[in-house]
Structure formats: structure tokens, C-alpha cells
Write a protein that binds this ligand. Structure first.
Ligand SMILES: Cc1cc2nc3c(=O)[nH]c(=O)nc-3n(C[C@H](O)[C@H](O)[C@H](O)COP(=O)(O)OP(=O)(O)OC[C@H]3O[C@@H](n4cnc5c(N)ncnc54)[C@H](O)[C@@H]3O)c2cc1C
Length: 324
């Protein structure tokens, strides 16, 4: 999915099939030809044929079942923090997951629907004195996106200087499987790796997740959050001002993709309104009206320069979605 996209030659979708999907969904939460840029952190992306907002795990499962039954392609969008949506948009049904019901248990387990925003969940966990999620503060993500990607963070603090993974607090997930079955799966099934889970390889969808947290001291958790946010704020462009999708290239063990790009003096290099950030060479920012074509041209330029001058292959980390 993270290879550069080739021009789409998929046949157009039968409008009658789209109408059948639309007829089965709540019209109050459905729109047509809706631009997707506002629903991504890059602020880039053309329209969805159909955009449905799923505000519960049941609504998410129903929308997927309908699309599968009618044979219309669908895409589940979380917070849109790890995607580059094509300028032509996405054909078929886009389901924006805003399901965020939570059930807190006395033993530190919390069951949350997969559209829950991590930021909101972290604050509530800290307020209740449950530790384990606070390390991921400042990383834009829904719970579903975090599980899909095995969200991770290299902690800057000396006493915990290591990469932490969301897998460490994962207990189980309620999924709608590729075969259409609703079931609860454990860590073995999810098969967490670095930037990898079973969900990259099977069309299963995470409907909800149970995390196992531990009793913690809220003051320590607040300290960790302040340290992590300050570290992040100093190293990364600020999302509110400079939209991005985070790291653009996969890490290269022992070398660092950003370091390679930086060593060639490419910080600040622009194609249209897409720019290699001045402060982080592995992040591309949208200066206002960048298109996905601008970003792809910039990605290709960085790949070509690094390959020709340094001999390394840069592989994109973000997901290219839609009709290119
Ligand atoms: C400024 C910035 C900083 C970042 N820093 C980090 C970082 O430190 N560490 C890190 O790991 N990542 C980082 N990222 C990347 C991003 O935050 C994560 O990849 C995040 O988990 C994406 O979640 P999302 O909800 O936005 O997913 P989306 O971008 O909406 O979707 C990503 C993929 O997940 C799939 N998906 C979403 N929800 C579900 C679901 N319920 N079931 C199945 N599949 C689903 C989508 O279909 C898509 O293929 C950063 C991004 C930004 C913009």
C-alpha cells in the first residue's frame, strides 16, 4: 500500500450500485462528492463518491456489510493522519469512523470504539489514574489507526529511552473480519510488528479495542506528557500551522531516512505548495494549497536524489489512497 501509486485503470462504479448503498445508510450522516481534504491532517484530497460518518461500531459494521453486499469498494478513514488522498478523490464509499463510546473497568481495562481519538482517550485515562497511553500524547490518531499501524513513539526521556508500541497495552480487539464475521481477537491474531499488523494483510476492520492499563501516578503521567509534547514541539512542524502526514519515508535502521534527505540540503525544497520541512527532513508540509500530485513529485525528487547520490532506497511510509 505504501508503494507510489500508479494511474488508476479501475472501471467506473455503477451509479445504481452507489444508490443502493446510499439507500441502506442513514441519510443524515451521508453525503455525495464531498471533498476529503478537511478530514486529513495533510489537508489534501479530492472527493468521495459517498461519505458516511459512522458514529458507532454497529454503524461502522453495517456500512461495511452493505458495501460488501452490493460490491462497492469502501475505505475506512480514521483521523486521516497517515494517508495521502488522491486529488481525484476516492471512488465508492468512504466511512469516516467517529465511533467513540468507552467502557471503563475497575481492573484497568478500557473498551473503546475504534473511532475514539487517542488524545481524548489519553486525557481520560490520566484523569482516572490509569497509565500506559500517556506516552503517545501529541500523535494524531484514532484508536483504529493506532492498532492498524502499531502506533509507536521513541521516548526522549533517559529513564525510558526506547521505542514504545501501542501493542504493549493492547488486550483484545473486536473486529469485522474479511469474511464478514464479528469476533474478538487477541494479540497473537493481530501479529503486531514495526508499522505492521494483520490488518495490513487482511481486510478485517477494527470495530473496538480493549486496552489493559495499570494504576499510575497522575503527576508522573502529566510530567511524561509535558516532556513528550515539548520534545515533539521542538522537533516537528506544528500541525495546526503546517499540515502534514508525519514521517513520509520508512525508517532505515542505523541511518535515518530524514538524515539522508537532510545531508543533501533538501530541507525547504518545494514542489508547488508541498515542501520538505525546514525543521524535519522526513516530514513534508502543506504550505496552503498543496495537491497530492505536488507531494508525489516531491517524494520522487527526494527518492531520486538519495538513490543517485547516496545509494539508499527511500520507501514511503504513508498510505496513498484513491484514484491516482
Ligand atoms: C504530525 C504527525 C506526527 C506523527 N507521529 C507519529 C509517531 O510518532 N508515531 C507513529 O507511529 N505515527 C505517527 N504519525 C502517523 C499517524 O499518527 C499514525 O499512523 C496514526 O496511527 C494514524 O491513525 P489515523 O486514525 O489517522 O489513521 P488513518 O490515517 O485515518 O488511516 C490509516 C490506515 O489505517 C486504516 N484504518 C483506520 N482505522 C481503521 C480501523 N478501525 N480498522 C482497520 N483499519 C483502519 C485506514 O484504512 C488506513 O489504511 C504521525 C502523523 C502526523 C501527522
Amino acid at each position: 500500500m505504501s508503494k507510489l501509486p500508479s494511474p488508476s485503470n479501475a472501471p467506473p462504479i455503477d451509479p445504481a450500485a452507489l444508490d443502493r448503498v446510499a439507500a441502506a445508510l442513514d441519510p443524515a450522516r451521508l453525503s455525495r462528492n464531498t471533498p476529503l481534504a478537511p478530514f486529513t491532517t495533510f489537508r489534501i484530497g479530492g472527493p468521495a463518491d459517498l461519505l458516511f460518518e459512522a458514529d458507532s461500531a454497529d454503524a461502522l459494521a453495517t456500512a461495511i456489510a452493505v458495501a460488501r453486499e452490493v460490491g462497492v469498494p469502501f475505505f475506512v478513514l480514521g483521523l486521516g493522519a497517515n494517508v495521502l488522498i488522491a486529488d481525484k478523490g476516492i471512488r465508492g464509499l468512504v466511512i469516516r469512523n467517529t465511533a467513540q463510546h468507552a467502557v471503563w473497568h475497575d481492573d484497568g481495562k478500557v473498551w473503546v470504539e475504534s473511532g475514539t481519538i487517542m488524545q481524548k482517550l489519553i486525557l481520560e485515562a490520566v484523569r482516572r489514574g490509569w497509565s500506559g497511553l500517556e506516552h503517545y500524547v501529541g500523535i494524531p490518531s484514532s484508536v483504529g489507526g493506532a492498532i492498524w499501524q502499531n502506533l509507536h513513539f521513541l521516548s526522549p526521556a533517559p529513564e525510558r529511552e526506547r521505542t514504545m508500541f501501542i501493542a504493549e497495552v493492547f488486550h483484545t480487539a473486536d473486529i469485522l473480519s474479511e469474511e464478514g464475521e464479528r469476533k474478538t481477537v487477541d494479540k497473537d491474531y493481530v501479529n503486531f510488528g514495526y508499522d505492521d499488523t494483520v490488518f495490513h494483510h487482511r481486510a478485517d476492520i477494527v470495530l473496538a479495542t480493549t486496552f489493559q492499563l495499570e494504576k499510575g501516578d497522575p503527576f508522573v503521567m502529566h510530567r511524561i506528557m509535558q516532556e513528550n509534547l515539548s520534545w515533539r514541539g521542538g522537533k516537528h512542524p506544528w500541525l495546526d500551522w503546517h499540515p502534514s502526514a508525519g514521517s513520509i519515508f520508512k525508517k532505515i535502521e542505523g541511518v535515518g531516512a530524514g538524515r539522508l534527505v537532510d545531508s543533501l540540503g533538501l530541507k525547504g525544497y518545494r514542489v508547488g505548495d508541498a515542501q520538505i520541512s525546514h525543521i524535519h527532513a522526513n516530514i513534508m508540509v502543506n504550505l496552503g494549497s498543496a495537491t497530492s500530485a505536488d507531494v508525489i513529485a516531491l517524494v520522487k525528487h527526494a527518492q531520486k536524489e538519495v538513490k543517485e547520490k547516496l545509494g539508499h532506497e527511500l520507501e514511503p511510509e504513508i498510505n496513498f489512497v484513491g484514484e491516482y
